[in-house]
Design a protein around this ligand. Structure first.
Ligand code: TRP
Length: 334
């Protein structure tokens, strides 16, 4: 496929530490399958990360760590653009222009903002403006497709509205980005409460598996995972725990859930969990090893980030100068 036929796929994540297998199976793995046929951009949104209390040294470490995790998970920097949001001039600039087209009420209505407000903690204005910066992340690169989780659907809808408003206020400028809500690959749930999403903010560490968990930790967490009454290894609505383990197993083995069910006919949960443990250990081993290698290789990471920022910046300047022209800013001569 020639470069001009390729669609732009963009999705972003905040640098929040080591990812879980839920992030990998539910999101990143799908992104890796899009690299060949699309122009894929993966900004790491450190500017969004400072909307809530944080420690600067941690933010710096977690940002580099996420780059290394992305690469270890198969986002090959030769085939996609991984970059740090704050490295590229244009995100905040475009957000400002878009913000001036966004009624305050639309931002106050965002569920994520309302949830944070409801918790009663003091809020900064960055938190309110967060979805406008997200819209800028997307529109700055004229993204066609934005893979996001269900929880970001509303923010993406806002980005689409902002793009339409800009186009009708000035003139046709932005493509209207399409959300791609992950549906393939079941949602990975907590090992301790399979009614909840797997999340590393869970205070019980047994509830989640991290990409860097060691084989013994993996085996232990899976052997202690909540299963359901009965003894049959079968997925179903009343067997949330077993269903979740089956999706995890199938995610790493590449075989279907049905094939795995067939393997365990007449066997119990004990055998099943042992087998799940081994599949996950072997699935995570190359990722963990590659991550450890990359995170130590400062020169390589710096190079990836430099070339990512260069590619993104070229695109960003193009769009930014177009936007400046349309809104009536006097051109800067160089
Ligand atoms: N708000 C998104 C999240 O928390 C992160 C994000 C920022 C994003 N900018 C984006 C996602 C642009 C997709 C596209 O998950």
């Amino acid at each position: 496929m020639s470069d001009s036929e390729k669609k732009t796929v963009l999705t972003a994540a905040q640098p929040s530490g080591i990812l879980t297998i839920g992030n990998y199976l539910g999101a990143i793995r799908h992104w890796t399958s899009m690299l060949d046929d699309n122009d894929c951009l993966f900004p790491i949104v450190n500017m969004h990360a400072i909307t809530v209390p944080y420690t600067p040294a941690d933010l710096r470490l977690r940002t580099r760590s996420l780059v290394a995790q992305y690469i270890a998970c198969g986002l090959d920097p030769e085939k996609c653009t991984i970059f740090i949001q704050s490295h590229v001039v244009g995100h905040a600039d475009l957000a400002w222009v878009l913000g001036c087209l966004t009624p305050l009420g639309e931002l106050q209505r965002m569920t994520q903002f309302k949830d944070k407000t409801a918790k009663g903690a003091p809020l900064n204005s960055g938190l309110l403006f967060y979805p406008v910066l997200m819209a800028a992340d997307i529109l700055l690169y004229n993204a066609d497709i934005v893979p996001v989780g269900e929880d970001q659907k509303q923010h993406l809808e806002l980005a689409r509205n902002i793009a339409e408003r800009f186009n009708s206020t000035y003139s046709e400028t932005f493509k209207i980005p399409e959300p791609q809500i992950a549906t393939t690959g079941a949602r990975i749930l907590s090992l301790q409460d399979p009614n909840r999403k797997m999340s590393k903010s869970d205070e019980n560490q047994g509830a989640y598996l991290l990409l860097t968990d060691e084989p013994d930790q993996i085996r232990k967490k899976i052997s202690r995972a909540v299963t359901d009454s009965g003894s049959e290894v079968k997925s179903g609505p009343d067997k949330a725990g077993v269903t979740n383990l089956l999706s995890i197993m199938s995610g790493f083995s590449g075989k279907s859930v049905e094939e795995h069910e067939a393997e365990f006919v007449g066997k119990g949960y004990g055998d099943f969990k042992k087998a799940v443990g081994e599949v996950v250990v072997e699935g995570l081993r190359p990722i963990r090893e590659r991550f450890e290698e990359i995170i130590e290789d400062k020169a390589y990471l710096d190079e990836v980030l430099k070339s990512g920022a260069d590619i993104a910046q070229r695109k960003a300047y193009k769009m930014l100068s177009k936007v400046h022209r349309k809104v009536g800013f006097v051109e800067r001569f160089r």
